[in-house]
Design a protein. Structure first.
Length: 268
């Protein structure tokens, strides 16, 4: 029976330590290492003269073609993975940018001018509500006990709400992406990654040379060179620096992608 893929890989790698040690002693690189290998075959074996004419060359060619095919396949698979990762990051950044623009647009105040007809209708509704309120106030003496009970319950409810508000005071309300919308940026997260969108209100298109982005395992700093940073603080948990990245969208929004180490929630 043939060896399994895992056993074959272990068998192929069992001499790696010895070969790496040999390679480190060859200042001329791969060419010198290959020459040493063939010198050994020539001096210590009958590789070149022990078989039929052309057998050694055929074996070398077949072995080269086999490993060249494996190397080319691995390179194509690696390139495909990198391309898919870049495409996924670009799509994620574009989505984050779109959400940031929508949030910024929703935050802008909107003033609507009423027509004369709409103004008259609105005034009529106000007058009707006022009249209804005045009529209800006339019934207060007859329903004082009921109103007293309702007032007590309402007061208790308001007290509970005030205590709840005091308890939640200072806490940010999470957005749809399990993150938060802050004055200078917004962020979202999943179990394995965090994405930030930081808009810069400048009168020119941002380029990489304009930015200062420093991603560390427990610290993040983002800003425009020569200006105070928009973000400069410690992260809630560690991130994988080598797998994190940033880019500029539409020349005005910097998106930062962070890969979590432990897959825990963040608070930026």
């Amino acid at each position: 029976m043939g060896a399994s893929g895992e056993d074959a890989a272990d068998s192929e790698e069992r001499f790696d330590g010895m070969l790496l040690a040999m390679a480190q002693q060859h200042q001329g690189g791969v060419r010198e290492l290959v020459n040493t290998f063939f010198s050994f075959l020539r001096r210590k074996t009958d590789f070149f003269i022990g078989g039929e004419d052309g057998a050694a060359e055929k074996l070398i060619t077949e072995t080269f073609n086999h490993h060249n095919k494996l190397a080319q396949k691995a390179q194509k698979e690696k390139a495909a993975r990198q391309e898919a990762e870049q495409r996924e990051k670009a799509e994620r950044a574009a989505k984050l940018t779109k959400e940031a623009k929508r949030a910024e647009s929703d935050a802008e105040p909107r003033i609507k001018e009423l027509t004369d007809e709409e103004a008259e209708r609105l005034q009529l509704e106000i007058d009707q509500k006022k009249e209804k309120k005045e009529n209800e106030s006339k019934d207060v003496p007859e329903k004082s006990s009921v109103h007293s009970m309702e007032s007590s319950e309402s007061s208790k409810l308001e007290t509970d709400e005030e205590e709840e508000d005091e308890k939640n005071k200072g806490k940010l309300k999470p957005n749809s992406g399990n993150g938060a919308d802050l004055p200078n940026y917004r962020w979202t997260q999943t179990l394995s990654e965090v994405d930030l969108a930081i808009p810069f209100k400048v009168n020119f298109r941002l380029k990489g040379k304009d930015m200062m982005v420093d991603i560390q395992r427990r610290h993040l700093k983002v800003g425009l060179k020569g200006h105070p940073p928009m973000i400069d603080g410690d992260l809630y948990n560690e991130v994988k620096v080598e797998e994190s990245s940033w880019l500029i969208e539409d020349g005005e929004i910097v998106t930062v992608h962070l890969e979590k180490v432990m897959g825990k929630d963040f608070n930026i």
